[in-house]
Design a protein around this ligand. Structure first.
Ligand code: KG4
Ligand code: ZN
Length: 348
């Protein structure tokens, strides 16, 4: 089964071809056009700019993907597209384009939950599909979500174990970076500066550490960084002090993510799950990956982290989820629309 995937939920335009065969999933080809340069002057994603970029890039990229694989749209088995969650205007471009292409090629289309794509992405680097029930941590600019993914025949059901009560982890990275005068997106910048700093220099709060549940909170940490900079304005000009703030901030986020993921693994283990995944843009962070791998060894569970190329938004993960649904006989009808607040718990 060969599926064309389309992803335009935020500020990355991506198209990909994925081939599914039994428990194997192979990414045949992928093109990703990042819009970071266009949004950087504004310090964040500007929906209007994102829409124009998607409109300009998507038709050209789709033609290029098909041409360089010597394919016509009529030769794929289906077209998968992100239908939520994400920016409404960005989602609309991808979904309308996918429907039009499916109509012209007389092929089925499948609306995919973007978060389900992230859930599958750690397995794709090994050309395979998830098989067993497991814990999934999705950490991106818009989400911080701990799930118990359960396999029900050919479908997956997702139980929400915990989520952020305020900012997403990536959002906290972006906001802390802005306060420190670093460029957008903040995550990679903070990671770069953190490498030169001491993680124990400042004792920033670990949000909800004693809450007894699996939820997160990063707004207290963000406020603590703001107060610290207010009291010590020299961190903005002193390179070593700035690096210490970045390292201490990064450590506080990592500690919170590891603590709750560890607790989720212990809880899910009683239910037979002995592995967990980490995906989404923040999982590009090397210190986070290392901390998660250490925790996995301590807990004697398996850990799959999406490789950086598949951590951030990409169409390959969307094509693969669409392929799994197509194989299970699921397609979307023409009246299915975008849903900017689509929940994964309702995705099948
Ligand atoms: O998954 P993604 O590409 O887009 C969303 O769906 O949100 O994630 C983007 C987020 C941004 O907040 C960015 O700052 C963060 O991921 N990020 C990182 C790193 N690389 C990207 N955060 C921490 N460390 C990184 N190396
Ligand atoms: Zn994403």
């Amino acid at each position: 089964m060969l599926v064309l995937g389309i992803e335009t939920s935020c500020d990355e335009t991506s198209v990909a071809l994925a081939r599914l065969d039994g428990a194997q999933a192979h990414i045949e080809d992928q093109i990703i056009a990042s819009q970071i340069e266009q949004h950087r002057p504004f310090g964040g994603v500007v929906p209007e700019v994102a829409v124009r970029q998607h409109l300009q890039n998507l038709p050209r990229m789709t033609r290029e993907l098909l041409e360089r694989n010597r394919l016509r749209a009529e030769e794929v088995d289906g077209i998968g597209v992100t239908r939520g969650p994400g920016l409404a205007s960005s989602l609309m471009i991808g979904l309308s384009f996918a429907k039009a292409l499916a109509l012209a090629a007389k092929k089925p289309w499948i609306g995919v939950n973007h978060l389900e794509g992230h859930m599958f992405s750690p397995f794709l680097a090994q050309n395979r599909l998830p098989e067993k029930s497991h814990v999934a941590l999705i950490v991106s600019g818009g989400h911080t979500l701990l799930l118990h993914a359960r396999r029900m025949d050919s479908f997956w059901r997702y139980e929400k174990l915990g989520t952020t009560l305020d900012d997403a982890a990536g959002e906290a990275f972006d906001k802390a970076a802005k306060m420190l005068g670093l460029d957008y997106p903040g995550g990679p910048q903070i990671e770069k500066w953190a490498a030169k700093g001491r993680a124990d220099a400042i004792d920033f709060p670990r949000g909800m550490a004693g809450s007894g549940d699996l939820n997160f909170s990063f707004s207290g940490l963000k406020t603590a960084v703001r107060i610290y900079i207010g009291k010590h304005p020299e961190v903005l000009s002193d390179e070593q002090k700035k690096a210490d703030v970045c390292a201490s901030f990064q450590q506080a986020v990592i500690d919170a993510l590891v603590q709750k993921t560890r607790a989720a693994c212990r809880q899910a283990r009683t239910d037979g799950a002995d592995c967990f995944t980490v995906s989404g843009g923040v999982s590009c962070n090397r210190a986070l990956r290392q901390a998660m791998e250490t925790m996995a060894r301590e807990e004697n569970v398996e850990c799959f982290v999406a490789p950086p190329a598949l951590s951030t938004d990409n169409a390959a993960m969307i094509a693969v989820v669409a392929g799994v649904k197509l194989l299970a006989g699921e397609t979307s009808s023409w009246d299915v629309d975008i849903d900017p607040n689509l929940k994964l718990e309702t995705a099948s």
